[in-house]
Design a protein around this ligand. Structure first.
Ligand SMILES: NC(=O)c1ccc[n+]([C@@H]2O[C@H](COP(=O)([O-])OP(=O)(O)OC[C@H]3O[C@@H](n4cnc5c(N)ncnc54)[C@H](OP(=O)(O)O)[C@@H]3O)[C@@H](O)[C@H]2O)c1
Length: 325
């Protein structure tokens, strides 16, 4: 599988990464079952078999159980840790954390960031994280406090590199001022029917545009060598056969074009979706989240599929649901 350098780091990562969100089975406090661990191993193996070397997690996924389920792979393949990159995230506090019946919220405080990283290391049964992301922007963020947490995690060898997720250009610029480590990734939702990342640039200076107000985040990330990671790259199955109640017209039309292209090229529909993301010159990394080994292999076919400019635009316009200005 083709690799690329992640942001300004020295990490050589596959362009298609594996998203481990559902591996823990359920978002509750029920104990992790052996069956869930077996299913997790099956999905991770399917990604490894395709050559994927990068795995995405978060402290909250299945309330920590996805990280615990992931760690079951070390017993199966003992020499694996040094051959792959592990990324996890912190910053979202689920209801009841830290106090029973507390509200959910975001938290970029020193104590929380450090505690979360240490919890993830424990659950993942590893000594270091290759990459640690701030999950969603915290309106109460104090960049100096984040800098202090990143320094301690970096100096202790617990975290190699840092990034963010769901952040705008202005939020990254504000956050990174006091940081001693570079921000190397920004993970955002991006797929054929979720194109806000591109829309502001397309709609600028139009009458009554539905501005996404992302402040040129794509251009900012390219300029500052921050790799965009696309979550939701399979459009959650909506374009590849998952039953959707009352699908919007753009979803139906895009799904039909995806199917037609896939058939004419002799590839899977998932490959067309992911190839559309990889075709962008920003070198976006796609974080695929299906647990199904067949769909994992289908999505990874994108590594060998290059769409033409014309094909890319045909899909883009169908996904947007309206012509370009
Ligand atoms: N940073 C963030 O805020 C954020 C948010 C969400 C996710 N993420 C990360 O990104 C990864 C991928 O995101 P995602 O899971 O939201 O998006 P995705 O990869 O677009 O969608 C995967 C989901 O769609 C289902 N699916 C795909 N094709 C299907 C089909 N043909 N029929 C039925 N179901 C189908 C999968 O179910 P099956 O497993 O049954 O195939 C799975 O639940 C996650 O694992 C996580 O690592 C990050």
């Amino acid at each position: 599988m083709l690799t690329q350098t992640l942001g300004s780091s020295d990490l050589q990562v596959t362009r298609i990464a594996y998203g481990c969100m559902p591996l823990g089975g359920s978002w509750d406090n029920a104990p992790l079952s052996d069956q869930t661990k077996i299913s997790a191993i099956r999905s991770i193996r399917a990604a490894l078999d395709q050559g994927v070397n990068f795995f995405d997690l978060a402290d909250i996924y299945c309330r920590g159980k996805s990280e615990s389920a992931f760690s079951a792979i070390w017993q199966e393949i003992p020499a694996l840790r040094e051959k792959i990159y592990l990324q996890t995230k912190c910053g979202i506090r689920l209801p009841d954390d830290p106090n029973a019946s507390g509200p959910d919220g975001y938290d970029f405080s020193y104590e929380y960031i450090v505690r979360s990283a240490e919890g993830s290391l424990k659950r993942l049964k590893t000594d270091y994280l290759d990459l640690f992301l701030l999950h969603r922007p915290d309106p109460l963020v104090e960049p100096d406090e984040v800098a202090h947490a990143f320094d301690d995690l970096h100096q202790s060898g617990k975290v190699r590199w840092f990034g963010v997720s769901n952040h705008t250009a202005a939020q990254i610029e504000f956050l990174r001022q006091p940081l001693r480590q570079p921000i190397i990734t920004n993970q955002v939702a991006f797929n054929l029917i979720h194109t806000h990342l591109l829309n502001e640039g397309i709609l600028f200076n139009q009458d009554n545009p539905l501005l996404a107000r992302d402040e040129g985040t794509l251009e900012y990330c390219r300029l500052h060598n921050i790799t965009i990671q696309a979550w939701g790259p399979l459009a959650w199955g909506q374009l590849t056969g998952r039953e959707v109640e009352n699908p919007a017209a753009n979803v139906l039309k895009t799904a039909a074009i995806v199917e037609e292209m896939a058939r004419s090229k002799g590839v899977s529909r998932e490959a067309v979706l992911v190839a559309w993301i990889l075709r962008h010159p920003a070198k976006i990394q796609a974080i695929i989240g299906t647990t199904d080994p067949v769909r994992i292999a289908a999505a990874c076919q994108a590594d060998e599929l290059e769409l033409t400019r014309q094909e890319w635009y045909r899909l883009f316009i169908a996904g947007r649901g309206e012509e370009l200005p």
